[in-house]
Design a protein around this ligand. Sequence first.
Ligand SMILES: CCCCCCCCCCCCC/C=C/[C@@H](O)[C@@H](N)CO[C@@H]1O[C@H](CO)[C@@H](O)[C@H](O)[C@H]1O
Length: 466
Amino acid sequence: AKEFPEDFLFGAAGAAYQIEGGWDEDDKGASYWDVFTHIPAKIYNNDTGDVACDSYNKYKEDVALLKELGLKSYRFSISWPRILPDGTPIKINQAGVDYYLNLLKELKAAGIEPIVTLYHWDLPQYLSDLGGWLNPQIADYFGDFARICYKLFGDYVKYWITMNEPSSTCVNGYEQGIHPPGVPLPGAGAYQCAYVQVLAHAKAWHIYDDEFRAQQNGKVGLNNVCNWLYPKSNSTEDLAAQDRAMEFTCGLYVNPVWNGNWPQVIIDRVNYTSQKQGYSFSRLPEFTPVEIDYINGTSDFFALNIYTSYLIENVAEEAFPTPSLDQDAAYNISGDPSWTQSDAAWLYSVPDGARKVINYVNEKYKPSEIIITENGWADLGQLADQGRISYLKDYLSNILDAILEDGINVTGYTTWSLLDNFEWTDGYLYKFGLVQVDFNSANRTRTIKDSARWYQNITSTRQLFD
Ligand SMILES: CCCCCCCCCCCCC/C=C/[C@@H](O)[C@@H](N)CO[C@@H]1O[C@H](CO)[C@@H](O)[C@H](O)[C@H]1O
């Protein structure tokens, strides 16, 4: 058997909008997800997060489950409009503050380390009306929110994550418009959003560094989903496309905070296609030298989400009729028919990819610490979830090889997710939980699945058997 290091932080994750419910309880303000899900036909089955797992009222049960499963960490997010109803510091909602304080105290009593995400996609609607992640001033609002959270909760928190998956917010929300605010802006929206999110992240990091680090002694990091992408063939074109695809999906969002700027290949490509389209400037916003100095080196650890892998094939250059990120990126993405597919079409089990992407991130960004903040499997919610057990076992095995054989400092793993929950545009169709939630019962009854018992055995022995 292979063994995880003694202090390895095994845990599970969740996010405010996906589990809390209580969408308008106790003076909480509306987020743009509250508004979006209330528009008919945006979400599978018109599902909403209005009640979700009702963790706003049942957080003690959640912590008891974590404890029963022997988990040592819990990654959760703070709902910005639960603390600041319109996103601004004009009003702090005490009921929201109490909720997170109570949760943190409950975790502390159970000996569970919180890993707290400041922003997991629930932007206050008022700030969305102000332009959302296209407006650079949102970085200032985010800084104020971050400061308030550090002040209120920082004594309990050693790991802060500023943003969850800028790639998802920016591409789904502002390039494609399938997430809120729901307006597609191909070829411009995702880049502008990435620019603002990077600035917002850096602001939150600097505020911690300047005002809180000395007393609170925690770490602040940026999270992104970086999946390993395999070239479809060994042709020079496909290998270059593979490299480009890693940058367009991962580097675009993380390279600025680790290396001070956009990946060069993206700067070159967007400049080139913009010129071809008659622009006198690049559609990719340029960081000024002052901004580069400000954003560079602003992550204390790498918070890495890994789910799957894809095959990448170069797209031969054609005309450039309309701007789009896909056209700038110039590759096709697909799955390999030999890979096991989950119930969600986008998620294959390709465990080798986990070790490869950890090595990639480690070599490219040289973080002193990596935490795998999400990794999980989609099914339809059955208690006998052998597919999830196989997936977790194979991914954990590769993560352990990255630690033991490649010498990489991966210090924790929070599987996605503790509970079945609201899965964004898929509503309650796909489930990722170690614990089943009965969304048809008013009580949102929780039932432990087979995978949770399997995971409990791994976390208590720290051993993984082949
Ligand atoms: C037969 C079809 C084959 C299709 C192969 C091509 C696939 C194209 C790639 C597109 C991928 C789109 C969907 C990607 C989603 C994930 O990256 C994203 N959902 C990750 O976000 C986190 O995941 C959790 C589970 O979805 C989510 O609940 C959590 O909040 C997110 O942080």
